[in-house]
Design a protein around this ligand. Structure first.
Ligand code: NAD
Length: 350
């Protein structure tokens, strides 16, 4: 029997409910696959501020580093809106990215047939949508030098610097190519090489790595709306990936359903793409499927359990086909359920 160590970080808001739901699903899936799991509970974000005065402790960092994977709910909420900026809950996510060397964010965008009507795009455009955005996460303009506004009047100015090094681009391209090998083998590298020097280096390396195609970011933003089904793997910079992955998310019609993975040199971290939804916390209203699908990604990418990942993903798809819906994706005539009932419905289909 294989044994895995997974750090579980519920975080804040609906985090506790969706992580409990995902753990319940995993416990059954792992038992069926004869895998023993040690769950290690840790705090981060607001919950950690309340308990220890900081959003991320050394103890949580060390536990994450030593584990096979980290599954996180979400952090933040109005309760901590006025804390000192140096200890804001979001610092926990940035801290984990840095400590675990998470330079790559994987965001799959798949539209289940039973949910096509939720997309703001026409049904015929979204019926074959199934792609992954591979976003560089620790470089580029978000981490470059900057200077705040200075000078006066019409000459007041500020600047941010976009830098990419060869090793940063090569390693993200390698992940994109590897991701494509397990899918439909098509990588579109996205840049702004007609204007930016950093993008010209990005494109040169994408060509060396033999990406399938090279799009400018403005064209990509347009193509995601007019023909999203053409994409398999999109690889792009931190800034462009931030914007395009939100565009991808909205195409699917529900943020409650989308998983994500952040990976790099250390332990990988899995979390749903949505936040802590404080408006619905503690009411058994949260959609747990994004977190359950994040757990499936964890099984595939970090635990070497692709059969468990497949089983969880199939069960989720079946639950949707069978008409189970949390409030965020409910339509008349379907079965309205809460967070725990949704998890139970997935478990019954495993
Ligand atoms: P949000 O994603 O938490 O919520 C946006 C809307 O979507 C809300 O109406 C919410 O009820 C709904 N929603 C989100 N997830 C849902 C789910 N699983 N099921 C049903 N409905 C869901 O974004 P926000 O309101 O902008 O942010 C709330 C807090 O979350 C803020 O403190 C923000 O900083 C934090 N946040 C954290 C992360 C993270 O931990 N990675 C990401 C984004 C936002």
């Amino acid at each position: 029997m294989s044994e895995k160590n997974i750090v579980l970080i519920p975080g804040d808001g609906i985090g506790t409910e969706i992580i409990a739901a995902a753990k319940a699903v995993c416990d059954v899936a792992f038992e069926k696959a004869n895998v023993k799991v040690n769950w290690i509970d840790k705090k981060a974000g607001g919950a950690s501020i309340d308990a220890y005065g900081v959003p991320l402790t050394e103890d949580t960092i060390e536990a994450c580093k030593a584990a096979d994977a980290v599954l996180l709910g979400a952090v933040g909420g109005p309760k901590w809106d006025n804390v000192d900026p140096s200890i804001r809950p979001e610092k926990a996510i940035l801290g984990l990215r840095k400590e675990l060397g998470l330079f790559c964010n994987l965001r799959p965008v798949k539209i289940y047939p039973s949910l096509q009507e939720y997309s703001p795009l026409k049904k015929e455009l979204v019926q074959d949508v199934d792609f992954v955005i591979v976003r560089e996460l620790t470089g580029g303009i978000y981490f470059g030098e900057r200077e705040e506004a200075q000078g006066e009047g019409a000459n007041e100015f500020a600047w941010d610097k976009e830098t990419y090094s060869r090793y940063e681009v090569e390693r993200i391209m390698d992940i994109a190519m590897e991701t494509a090998r397990k899918r439909n083998k098509k990588v579109v590298s996205v840049d702004k090489a007609n204007v930016l020097a950093s993008s010209r280096l990005w494109r040169k390396i994408a060509q060396e790595k033999a990406a399938t195609d090279y799009f400018y970011v403005d064209n990509t933003a347009m193509q995601l709306v007019v023909n999203p089904a053409q994409f398999d793997v999109i690889v792009t910079t931190n800034l462009f990936g931030d914007i395009l992955s939100d565009e991808g998310a909205v195409i699917s019609g529900s943020i409650g359903l989308l998983p994500s993975a952040s990976m790099g040199t250390g332990t990988a971290l899995y979390e749903p793409i949505h936040g802590s939804a404080p408006d619905i916390m503690g009411q058994n209203l949260a959609n747990p499927l994004g977190t359950i699908l994040s757990a499936a990604m964890m099984c595939r990418h970090s635990l070497d359990l692709p059969q468990v990942a497949d089983a969880i993903e199939k069960a989720v798809e079946q639950v949707l086909v069978d008409g189970y819906r949390t409030g965020d994706i409910y339509r008349e005539g379907l079965k309205r359920v809460g967070t725990t009932e949704m998890a139970q419905a997935v478990i019954e289909r495993l």
